[in-house]
Design a protein around this ligand. Structure first.
Ligand code: NAG
Length: 287
């Protein structure tokens, strides 16, 4: 038995190869995304480890993923527009194309300095949304990067913030609620002005003297099935294979979800009886 550690070249090669793979899997904005609009206002920086979007009076900016995905567990870290961000909206979402599209949305509605952002979420299936849930966050989302994740598998969609689930949309096709599961989606993000509705219902306007407004992105990670010319290839960055494809919320996760919904949810379409006077959407009565 060898008693001392003496690395030979042949033992170092696999180590170097695995280091290289880990680095690549950690994400590179040039590899995974393309800037789609904003005329230079969106930038990929720091060896493609950081992406920034900016907004001024003339234009916002945006990017999209190069890949399309059909199911995935997708994480991104965002740091939102600091200070007076009233009227700005940072949208980060998955969407398919066409008139009966599917979509899974995170939208961050800015506010005056010190007042809370609203995290707005929605799920569209076959072109129909109207499933808004809105939250305050339990931290200042402009002070640091935080991880926003979408788990999308054939049974459920789970929105999480720093690993805490905030919303679950279950597959209830069995009772006639369409579920997004046939249309591949791309990741999109944009920073734009919506001061006609975003902050306190549009009563607070954007202060353009504070422009440009900037939001930052880093540490993209996708364990996902990439859709390529009609075929799906599922690839996982973690050795524990594709467990996410059948992942569900365990009892701890359920408790954390309830904690968020009880303490931080400020709007739930499922409780809006005035809006749905003819009766709440089907999924609201079958949880
Ligand atoms: C902004 O702050 C006000 C006052 O605290 C709050 O009512 C509102 O929900 C906050 N968020 C937005 C996006 O308006």
């Amino acid at each position: 038995m060898a008693s001392s550690f003496s690395p030979s070249l042949s033992s170092l090669v696999p180590l170097l190869v695995s280091l290289f793979i880990v680095v690549c899997a950690a994400g590179n904005f040039n590899q995974d995304f393309q800037i789609t609009w904003g005329d230079g206002r969106a930038k990929i920086l720091n060896n493609a480890n950081l992406l920034t979007l900016s907004l001024d009076k003339a234009s916002g900016s945006g990017f999209q993923s190069k890949n399309e995905y059909l199911f995935g567990k997708i994480d991104m870290q965002l740091k939102l527009v600091p200070g007076n961000s009233a009227g700005t909206v940072t949208a980060y979402y998955l969407s398919s194309k066409g008139s009966t599209w599917d979509e899974i949305d995170f939208e961050f509605l800015g506010n005056l300095s010190g007042d809370p952002y609203i995290l707005h979420t929605n799920v569209f299936s076959q072109g129909k949304g109207n499933r808004e849930q809105q939250f305050y966050l339990w931290f200042d989302p402009t002070a640091d990067f935080h991880t926003y994740s979408i788990l999308w598998n054939p049974q459920r969609i789970v929105f999480s913030v720093d690993g805490t689930p905030i919303r679950e949309f279950k597959n209830l096709e069995s009772i006639g609620v369409p579920f997004p599961k046939r249309q591949p989606m791309r990741i999109y993000s944009s920073l734009w002005n919506a001061d006609d509705w975003a902050t306190r219902g549009g009563r607070i306007k954007t202060d353009w003297s504070k422009a440009p407004f900037t939001a930052s992105y880093r540490n993209f990670n996708a364990n996902a099935c990439v859709w390529n010319r009609g075929k799906s290839t599922c690839k996982s960055n973690s050795p524990s294979s594709n467990a996410w494809l059948s992942q569900e919320l365990d009892s701890t996760a359920q408790q954390r979800l309830s904690w968020v919904q009880k303490n931080y949810m400020i709007y739930n379409y499922c409780s809006d009886k005035n809006r749905f006077a003819q009766g709440l959407p089907l999924e609201c009565t079958h949880s």
